[in-house]
Design a protein around this ligand. Sequence first.
Ligand code: RUB
Length: 274
Amino acid sequence: MESLERVEKNIKDVKIQGAREIALYALKFLREFCKKNGFGLKFEVAAMILERARPTAVVLHNCLEIIKKEKKISTINELIKKLENSTKKISIIGQKIIPEEAKIMTHCHSGEALSVIKHANKIGKKISVIATITEPLHQGIKTVKELAKEKIPVTLISDNAIGFFIKNVDLVIVGSDAIRKEGFVNKIGTYLLALASKENEKPFFVVGNTLKFDKRKKLEIEERPGSEIYKKLKGVKIMNPAFDLVPWKYVEKIVTEKKIFNPNEIIKILSKNG
Ligand code: RUB
């Protein structure tokens, strides 16, 4: 079993990335941790450390809230199963948004968004993908490698080229870190991609399982080290927010494991108390 410090570091250093993967990794660690230490103070501290490692995504937070109430290994197992099964369901339900032939743009690396794209290819749709490299950590490389492995035609572009290439695509699909009443949160740059999509009348789709529904009062946008943007710079402040929030007016539909939602339905669900 890895140490808590190692798991925290792997999450912080983006060795494990994407909201769903981070939650699965943390849950699998906590399952072993709780078998050994139970659900007392040690668990509370470990849960807090893991949640703080990447504070913006909500899925791990939501899972931890459930575990804190039920305090059972079987609950952790159920959550792991739920996350795994929901991706399978999303990949199938998501086919409604992908035509038989489509040029798709995506940003960053989202396991859930890619599950829809990969399944479209698997069932014979003629799709191709334009993927942004995603500054500053280049998670887009992971995306293009995964798609190339599946023999899906894929083109890598710089984030700056979004405006240049958006005209060539039929739709945009991105993942999500948090689905909130005021909008959804995803990798920094998603907001600009949404603006470009709207201006060019390209439908913009969000993918995310319902454990990403976020009722936390405050949204904390993770600020990452400036050195990820530029090293060895003196006398200059660097800002490096990891995520941004996209208002619902830019979004066509939201694909979840339960159904495809309209933004208005999401706003209604997330505006309810409790
Ligand atoms: C990843 C990112 C992904 C979402 C959804 O950011 O923004 O689009 O987390 O991913 P980072 P998934 O690389 O900083 O973690 O669909 O895999 O949950």
